[in-house]
Write a protein of this length. Structure first.
Lengths: 216, 489
């Protein structure tokens, strides 16, 4: 069973998240509503995964993000899924900067689709990543003119996009209506073109791609 | 003296003589002008020929303007025109007529003329200039020997005389400032109102309409849920998609009002986020140790955002450098792109909007965009950053610093031993005289000297606080505390 911490200042949304997670078999160890509480909870409870809103009291700026970054600098690889009303490349890059994975950054809208959201939480808890499609689109757009990326075929780009969101080969094949072996072939092609070392582990592979995108 | 310095020296002297000659020749013209002024005034108020008045005033203003320029060129003494701000052009009423007092006119010509007349007549500067016109030939006559024998010195004295009657008075300066502020306020209010209308339209056409659609879909679901659950389920999925779209729409509107990163991280990171999302290669260099006020940040952010999209859309640029720094309390923003240049604010393209936004903070924008590029846009927002970290607050000159130090070091002596303690000794008739000056004097002088010592001591303390406080009130307000009433150097 996964122990979860939820940080969200709006009561309705917080309760909604707690119910949603409990209904899917998570144990909610704490539901906090401010930045300082969050940091304390993260460091003391060491939850298996945390769902954190970016904007929290007392300053209503990027309190949640700062707490997440601070906690991860003390406990590297502490799994955290950051939720926000808007996604920014800047924040995504900051979250990815340590390269240790177990990180997620999603729009709050994604909670609408409970299955996908819970899937993302599970992925982060397992050390994977869950990046919002919008962030990935922006990251790819700002990398679009770079040599190796421009050399990818459109299909490879689709696979790269899905992979960067944090999906496994199986999930990618489902989404793009490809066979798993075709996905594997595309991934191998992408890794060769980007000059990255191939890896069989889903999480490590995604991380390599994200680190690559982030370094540009 | 080497020949070349001798030549420049002679050149300077010759030029000064030229100025002197010009000023002396103007004196003759002034006499004529004065006579004509007197005649005009007689015609105006004796014979009712009021239409002559503005001509006459304009002539005098031309003459004084010339003198101001001559004084500035010859001595460097700057004399700003002291006139009250000109009245705004008449505005037609709802029926299209122009009102002047109780009379209605079809054209704005008469009311405009009448306003002009009243403006000139009530402006004190007009009458000060008349007085100057009367006295100036006499002053020039008196100064003539000095002007001819020692032109530099003479021109300076003459300049100071001109400042006296041709320069702005505190009242006219204030009036100018008030009219400038009210103009800027109107502009800011207009801009804001336009923004509000745009936001209202966005919400009305976007989010509001979508919410109505969602409500209607949910109503249909309510009716269908028993009879046709499958169709109801389909509609619910549609409603969910519509709500996601509404959120996207709202996010777009919010970005246009106040971008979230700006609210969360301030100008530097907001511009960095902007640079990352831009299609151009943008390098950002921000050097701001503290955050500015929110409205300033917003104005600066939207200005940079507009310039970046301009560079991409019209300028054909591929690379942009954004440099944001604080220069004392001024905010300085430079945006340079490698496009094909030729940007012109009068051709629209959003530059005008930036100017309007900056104007609310007295900000200015300078565009250097030669055809063929590169384009450099420099924006300066004066005095918008917090004063307390502005490094250029005025310093005390050395002599004032020494004086203040001396006062703090010695003021205790007259106040306490020579003043208060001596008074206590006298009241309790302590026989000891020790080193208390007053007690060594004859009886009748003792109390006055004690009182003088106390006043002297208090006065020295007051002076020690007042000197730095008067020198730079801003700095004193920033650095002094109730337990430490001074600042260093």
């Amino acid at each position: 069973m996964n122990r979860v911490l939820v940080a969200e200042d709006l009561y309705l949304l917080r309760e909604g998240l707690v119910h949603l997670l409990q209904a899917h078999g998570f144990e909610v160890v704490a539901a906090v509503e401010s930045g300082p509480e969050l940091l304390k909870g993260l460091l003391e409870l060491r939850p298996d995964v945390s769902v954190v809103d970016v904007r929290l009291p007392p300053t209503f700026t990027d309190e949640g993000l700062q707490a997440a970054l601070a906690a991860r600098s003390q406990v590297p690889g502490l799994p955290i899924l950051v939720l926000s009303q808007h996604v920014e490349q800047l924040y995504a890059r900051e979250l990815l900067a340590d390269g240790s994975g177990a990180i997620g950054y999603l729009l709050k809208d994604r909670v609408f689709n409970a299955e996908q959201f819970v899937d993302a939480v599970r992925r982060v808890a397992a050390g994977g990543t869950a990046m919002d499609p919008e962030v990935i689109a922006k990251l790819l757009a700002s990398n679009a003119k770079n040599e190796p990326l421009a050399a990818l075929t459109p299909r490879e780009r689709d696979v790269l996009e899905a992979m960067a969101e944090g999906r496994s080969n199986a999930a990618i094949s489902q989404r793009l209506f490809l066979s798993e072996s075709a996905v594997a072939k595309h991934t191998a092609g992408i890794f060769a073109k980007l000059g990255l070392a191939p890896s069989d582990d889903d999480n490590r592979r995604v991380l390599a791609v994200l680190t690559y995108l982030n370094s540009r | 003296m080497s020949p070349s310095t001798w030549i420049t020296h002679t050149g300077v002297m010759l030029r000064k003589f030229g100025y002197v000659l010009a000023l002396l020749m103007l004196a003759a013209y002034e006499v004529v002008a004065f006579v004509s002024t007197v005649l005009t005034l007689i015609c105006c108020f004796g014979l009712g020929m009021v239409f002559l008045f503005p001509w006459q005033v304009r002539m005098i203003r031309g003459l004084t303007g010339l003198t101001r320029r001559l004084v500035h060129d010859s001595t460097g003494i700057r004399i700003d025109p002291p006139y009250l701000p000109e009245p705004p052009p008449p505005v037609p009423q709802s029926d299209g007529m122009y009102r002047d007092g109780r009379t209605l006119y079809k054209t704005p010509r008469m009311p405009a003329w009448s306003n002009q007349w009243k403006w000139m007549f009530t402006d004190r500067a007009t009458w000060r200039e008349c007085a100057w016109l009367l006295l100036d030939p006499l002053v020039k006559l008196a100064l003539a020997p000095l002007l001819v024998l020692l032109p530099p010195r003479g021109l300076r004295v003459y300049g100071l005389w001109c400042v006296l009657l041709l320069g702005p008075t505190p009242a006219s300066r204030l009036a100018g400032q008030v009219s400038h502020l009210s103009r800027v306020r109107n502009l800011a209010v207009d801009t804001q109102a336009a923004e509000m209308r745009r936001i209202e339209r966005d919400l009305h056409d976007g989010a509001q309409a979508r919410l109505v659609a969602i409500g209607m879909t949910l109503g249909a679901v309510e009716q269908l849920v028993d009879s046709d659950p499958a169709a109801a389920k389909k509609l619910l999925a549609k409603a969910r998609d519509a709500s996601a779209e509404t959120l996207t729409e709202l996010r777009r509107v919010i970005r246009g009002i106040h971008p979230p990163v700006l609210a969360e991280r301030g100008l530097g990171d907001a511009v960095r986020a902007l640079a990352m999302d831009s299609a151009l290669k943008v390098s950002v260099d921000v050097d701001l140790p503290h955050r500015a006020e929110a409205p300033v940040e917003a104005a600066a952010y939207f200005a940079v955002s507009e310039l970046l999209s301009n560079a991409a859309r019209h300028g054909g640029a591929t690379r942009v450098t954004v440099d944001i720094s604080g220069q004392g309390a001024n905010l300085l923003i430079t945006v340079t792109d490698d496009g094909w240049g030729g940007a012109d604010p009068s051709k629209g393209s959003g530059l005008e909007g930036i100017e309007r936004r900056l104007a609310a903070f007295d900000g200015v924008m300078v565009i250097d965009s030669p055809p063929g590029g590169p384009t450099t846009v420099t924006m300066q927002l004066p005095k918008v950053l917090p004063e307390y970290w502005a490094a250029d607050l005025p310093k005390l000159p050395r002599w004032k610093m020494l004086l203040v130090g001396f006062l703090w070091a010695t003021a205790w002596c007259p106040l306490f031993p020579q003043g208060i303690v001596t008074a206590v000794f006298k009241i309790f008739e302590v026989p000891d005289k020790t080193w208390f000056l007053a007690l060594h004097l004859p009886e009748p002088y003792q109390w006055p000297v004690v009182a003088f010592m106390i006043v002297l001591g208090v006065g020295m303390y007051v002076l020690a606080v007042a000197i730095p406080a008067n020198h730079s009130r801003e700095r004193w307000m920033c650095e002094a505390t109730p337990s430490r009433l001074w600042f260093d150097g």
